[in-house]
Write a protein that binds this ligand. Structure first.
Ligand code: B12
Length: 247
């Protein structure tokens, strides 16, 4: 079993010590960061700090040093984002910090995405994501999309204020395995259930798995509307999508 002192990067050691509380998450992150090479720890640290220019530079450097794009994504960017997700869940950081980290992730992914799409890595599944009709909140949806893409899903982003017809047209056009819907307002939450009913009427419900999320959405609400999955945050979104993709 790895020890905290096995992690070369002092900032990462401090993050684990100061911010992680759940024993399973502490253990998992110690094992992870003790295993990854120091250059990847540095990328993760810069991402956690929201330093997009540093992530940009270190990602380019790592690629120039011959490190595989997949390794940089998994061991640097996603590993760092894992800690960000936990800190956000525990209200240790807030939206502006998460957005800075999201920008840093994007700075690295700008170099990684074209290489991965060229290298023939098969996407796990295709996911359509949209914020439902009447709702303009997209920060959470965009975080989910970023985490999904980072985890090997192909994602079609339908944006905000997505009508039932927009979803249905996109299902017919893109033939995704999974449709993800986001809602942040109690007034727009019911539009998720209405969209599912519209999928049934349009005879496309059986073609897709539906996952839902957004701050006011709960597992009970998801069950009541007949969704196949619910995730409370971007980490859970990836877990749910993986489950639905293999169902
Ligand atoms: C930022 C914000 C805005 C921004 C949105 C900017 C943007 N580009 O998104 C602006 C200023 C535009 C805005 C507008 C409004 N807002 Co606003 N807004 C917020 C605020 C402060 C943060 C939302 C956010 O981004 N959270 C951070 C993200 C990361 O979290 P998240 O969205 O929950 O997403 C996570 C999970 O839910 C999950 N998830 C999300 N989607 C999905 C999808 C799937 C499939 C899965 C599995 C998981 C998942 O994963 C995400 C990442 O971890 C919230 C308060 C709050 N604490 O939620 C109010 C809030 C949502 N807004 C509110 C209101 C009332 C409004 C307005 C009506 C205000 C007005 N009078 O005009 C308008 C509505 C506009 C509209 N038609 O949509 C209320 C809603 C109240 C309610 N009960 O319905 C809130 C709760 C504030 C409050 N306490 O009153 N808002």
């Amino acid at each position: 079993m790895a020890e905290l002192s096995d992690i070369a990067n002092e900032f990462i050691r401090q993050e684990i010590e100061e911010y992680l509380e759940r024993p399973t998450e502490i253990e998992r992150n110690i094992e992870l960061f003790a295993r990854v090479r120091p250059a990847m720890q540095d990328i993760a640290a810069a991402l956690i700090e929201g330093e997009d220019d540093v992530v940009d530079r270190l990602t380019q450097q790592a690629l120039a040093d011959g490190i595989e794009a997949l390794e940089i994504m998994d061991d640097g960017l996603i590993a760092g984002m894992g800690i960000v997700g936990i800190k956000f869940r525990e209200a240790m950081i807030f939206v502006p910090e998460v957005l800075a980290c999201a920008r840093a992730m994007k700075a690295g992914m700008n170099y990684i995405e074209p290489i991965l799409s060229d290298s023939g890595v098969e996407p796990i599944a295709k996911v359509l994501m949209g914020t439902v009709k009447g709702d303009l909140h997209d920060i959470g949806k965009n975080l989910c999309i970023m985490m999904l893409r980072g985890s090997g899903f192909e994602v079609v982003d339908l944006g905000v204020d997505t009508s039932d017809d927009d979803f249905i047209d996109a299902i017919e056009e893109h033939q995704p395995g999974i449709v993800g819907m986001s809602a942040l307002l109690t007034t727009t939450m019911p539009n998720m259930g209405k969209a599912i009913e519209a999928f049934i009427d349009a005879d496309v419900r059986d073609d897709v798995m539906v996952m839902v999320g957004g701050a006011p959405v709960t597992q009970d609400f998801a069950d009541d509307m007949g969704a196949d999955g619910y995730g409370k945050d971007a980490l859970a979104c990836v877990e749910v999508a993986k489950k639905l993709a293999s169902a």
